[in-house]
Design a binder for this molecule. Structure first.
Ligand SMILES: Cc1ncc(COP(=O)(O)O)c(C=O)c1O
Length: 347
């Protein structure tokens, strides 16, 4: 049965007629499921192309998006017992793979997820997945899970933890276009869960949705002391009136690989006098809103200037020169940085 016909059966009418209707949910054989999954992929309206997936359950890689599935009884699916990380792919290189891998393994340890393989094997599998994808611009996303096994809470009967990785193609690089942010009213995660990149991104997704409902790009979380924390998938940075770049301490938030790299590369702006210094520190809402520049920093957006926070216009209300310069420095680093941040993919 074609996909469209199945969709037409739903949603169920809430009526007496529906209650007495004979069972009409189709039951598929394994091969019919494969056909249905293919039809589902063909009917996807998303712009994103999935180029390859590695699964330790399959013990291999597939380039067929219809086959990029994980078992329902995987504890990452039904208990959120998983961690993940990413790395950008540009010009056939993975950017900051080692730094993201370090955080990935730290997250796994905090989530008490055993490693299915040692670090160098995980690294090799990730690179092989990008190689199989033939993707030269996009992102690699990867997960470690307590693994499939049952629908209990404890993973004690999951025989093996699982590793999954997906390569998603990008059409173009991000641009440093200014945006608006709001203060998020969705509570942020407590320190224990905010510092590890675990798959519980429900608060993050709700915060993003709240921002979109207000015509904003992202919500900014404040920590339990009222200081600026982070966005739902990015860090925040501020250029003060005295030209200092300040980013919130990483002790209650995710320690961003891009933000850390910005701190290193930004020294160039200190040397040429465009910045007076770069530091981590507490930033109050008042200080943040009065900053010369505010920016969001993360591997998906690189460096994105903030032009307005709630009702407050930031600085001149235009994209600022420091955010632009930091964006350019990261892109240059992605294209021609040292081997410590660029891992070549042998296609
Ligand atoms: C909550 C959160 N904070 C910050 C970041 C930025 O981290 P990175 O620069 O490593 O992408 C992310 C990235 O996804 C995130 O999810």
């Amino acid at each position: 049965m074609p996909w469209r016909e199945i969709k037409a059966i739903k949603p169920w009418a809430e009526s007496a007629e529906a209650a007495t209707r004979p069972f009409d949910v189709p039951i598929f054989s394994g091969s019919e499921v494969v056909d249905r999954l293919k039809a589902f992929q063909q009917n996807r309206t998303s712009e994103q192309n999935y180029m390859a997936m590695y699964s330790s359950v399959l013990d291999g890689i597939t380039t067929d998006p219809a086959a990029m599935v994980i078992p329902m009884d995987d504890h990452m699916v039904h208990r959120g017992h998983g961690v993940f990380d990413t790395a950008a792919i540009l010009d056939g290189h993975l950017y900051e793979l080692e730094q993201h891998l370090d955080r990935f393994l730290r997250s796994a340890s905090m989530a008490k997820i055993r490693l299915p393989f040692d670090r160098s094997t995980i690294r090799s599998m990730l690179i092989q997945t990008v190689s199989a994808s033939k993707c030269s611009l996009g992102s690699l996303r990867y997960w470690l899970s307590a693994g499939p096994g049952d629908f209990q809470l404890s993973p004690s009967d999951c025989p093996n933890p699982a590793l999954y990785a997906v390569v998603v193609e990008a059409k173009s690089l991000p641009t440093p276009k200014g945006c608006k942010v709001i203060t998020s009213t969705v509570p942020m995660k407590s320190r224990q869960f905010a510092v590890m990149k675990n798959v519980n991104y429900l608060p993050n997704a709700l915060s993003k949705m709240e921002a979109e409902e207000h015509g904003a790009f992202a919500g900014i979380w404040l920590d339990d002391e009222g200081f600026v924390a982070e966005g739902p998938n990015m860090n925040a940075g501020f250029v003060t009136r005295t030209k200092e770049l300040i980013m919130p301490y990483f002790d209650k938030i995710l320690s961003g690989c891009t933000a850390k790299r910005v701190m290193v590369l930004g020294q160039k702006l200190v040397e040429d006098g465009r910045l007076g210094g770069i530091k981590l520190g507490n930033v109050t809402v008042q200080e943040g809103k009065m900053a010369d520049e505010m920016m969001l920093i993360g591997s998906g957006i690189v460096v994105k200037p903030v032009l307005q926070w709630d009702d407050q216009i930031i600085g001149s209300g235009q994209e600022g020169p420091i955010a632009q310069a930091l964006f350019d420095l990261i892109i240059e680093d992605m294209r021609s940085g040292p081997s410590t941040v660029r891992t070549p993919v042998p296609y």
